[in-house]
Unconditional design. Structure first.
Length: 441
């Protein structure tokens, strides 16, 4: 057998394989001999069919099977020996002049290669590392929410200035049907809040979405519309009042502090404010890290130039899945996945350049951290190591979970590399300023 690579360009090649009859003849003859004992052809008893007829009836199919076995084994060994890094799988080329009747056969396979490129994390960029601070207004609002949450609701007949109203926003045209509870101060314009005063259960208040809130993104929270819609949404919504409540605010005392954070963890209003500030900024730090990762990812995808074997991958996508795709469908699928593929290659390069590796101990430690955080959300603040280790073992027995968590560990480690290497300047902002920066406004 003769096998070689023929370069088309930097990311496309053809593997040409010359299969001699000596590469498959012995195995074909062995299979024919075995078939002699079991062959059944009309007019002959089982096992008494002449060899010539067995070869005529069964030989072509046996030859095709054995040749395919030969070429698949040779192809995989060749790819391994040449250390080829492929995108997709080899695709056989159609040869109109090919004939299975020939003794010596030629096969060609198109392949797409992983592109060679350099990755420069130190390149000039506009990435900013945000430090999000909880201002006093945010802290005060959170304390009021806590007092309302643990306070006593007082049903009211009509809406007053300090009432909380519950009900449903609707707009049939936009498919809006969202339940919400809020105080009258949430609106940008005080007149909008005042329009609720004096209303009763069952009354409907009609509101314009344009300029309804100080931040249009609040439409996502209250009307459950997508981010793509919030800035262009200029319709009327009806709010049907279903409940009206005043609240006796919970007293800020030790009993409330202990309910919130555990016995003795917080002992004064000043400590409560400090705790709320700390918890909020820890949460903001996670969101800031997510934005930093997204910004660096976008920067690397846009600034790292390399060619992909696009035409090959479109052809490969047509046959790769359970459902066969048309060429147009495969082009759409490729366009949707191209950005992710580019980042996947960049991620691999970054891991190799900076020796980012994941051990099983890394995976266990990360999984334990995630589990402890989840347990804390449900009030289990101090689980034993034995309890956590047992849950970790169960989680990591699931291969899907292992893959998901491994990718999160990779992202966490790469984030540390990106923080160090991209030299992003830091900028201290409020949460509202961070939200505005996150959405490019």
């Amino acid at each position: 057998m003769d096998i070689k690579r023929v370069a088309i360009d930097a990311v496309n090649e053809v593997i040409v394989m010359q299969v001699s009859h000596m590469d498959y003849k012995g195995q074909v003859q062995k299979r024919i001999n075995e078939k002699m004992a079991t062959a059944t052809i009309k007019g002959f008893r089982k096992g008494q069919v002449p060899r010539s007829m067995v070869e005529k009836f069964y030989g072509p199919a046996i030859k095709m099977e054995e040749v395919n076995n030969v070429i698949q084994l040779a192809l995989s060994r060749f790819i391994e020996s040449e250390k080829l890094e492929l995108l997709g799988s080899p695709l056989p080329k159609i040869n109109d002049n090919f004939s299975w009747n020939d003794e010596d056969l030629t096969f060609e396979f198109e392949i797409g290669l992983t592109p060679e490129f350099s990755l420069n994390l130190d390149a000039k960029n506009d990435v900013i590392k945000y430090i999000v601070k909880a201002d006093q207004k945010l802290i005060d609002e959170q304390i009021t929410r806590i007092q309302k949450q643990f306070g006593t609701a007082i049903p009211q007949d009509v809406v007053a200035e300090d009432s909380d109203v519950s009900g449903t926003f609707t707009n049939e045209e936009k498919g809006i049907n969202a339940r919400a509870t809020f105080g009258l101060t949430i609106f940008k314009d005080k007149k909008t809040g005042d329009s609720f005063i004096g209303k009763k259960v069952g009354d409907v208040v009609t509101l314009k979405t344009k300029g309804l809130f100080e931040d249009d993104h609040q439409l996502m929270d209250y009307l459950k519309v997508s981010h793509d819609d919030v800035h262009s949404l200029d319709v009327e919504v009806n709010f049907t009042i279903e409940a009206i409540n005043g609240t006796n605010l919970a007293e800020l005392n030790q009993e409330l502090f202990d309910r919130l954070f555990g016995a003795g963890e917080v002992a004064s209003i000043e400590e409560l404010q400090a705790k709320i500030k700390e918890d909020a900024e820890n949460q903001f730090a996670l969101q800031a890290d997510q934005k930093l990762m997204a910004d660096v990812t976008n920067f690397l995808i846009e600034s790292t130039k390399f060619d992909l074997p696009s035409d090959f991958l479109i052809k490969w996508l047509q046959t790769a899945g359970e459902k066969k795709l048309t060429e147009d469908e495969a082009k759409v699928e490729f366009e949707k996945s191209e950005r992710g593929l580019r980042y996947q290659l960049i991620e691999g390069k970054a891991m190799a350049q900076h020796n980012v590796q994941i051990s099983f101990e890394d995976l266990k430690a990360y999984t334990a951290k995630v589990i402890r955080a989840q347990m804390a959300q449900y009030g289990q603040m101090n689980p034993t190591d034995e309890d956590v280790d047992g849950i970790v073992a169960r989680v990591l027995s699931n291969q899907d979970e292992v893959r998901r968590l491994s990718q999160q560990v990779v992202s966490e480690k790469l984030l540390e590399v990106f923080k160090e290497k991209t030299n992003a300047p830091t900028k201290e902002v409020t949460y509202q300023e961070f939200i505005a920066a996150s959405y490019g406004e």
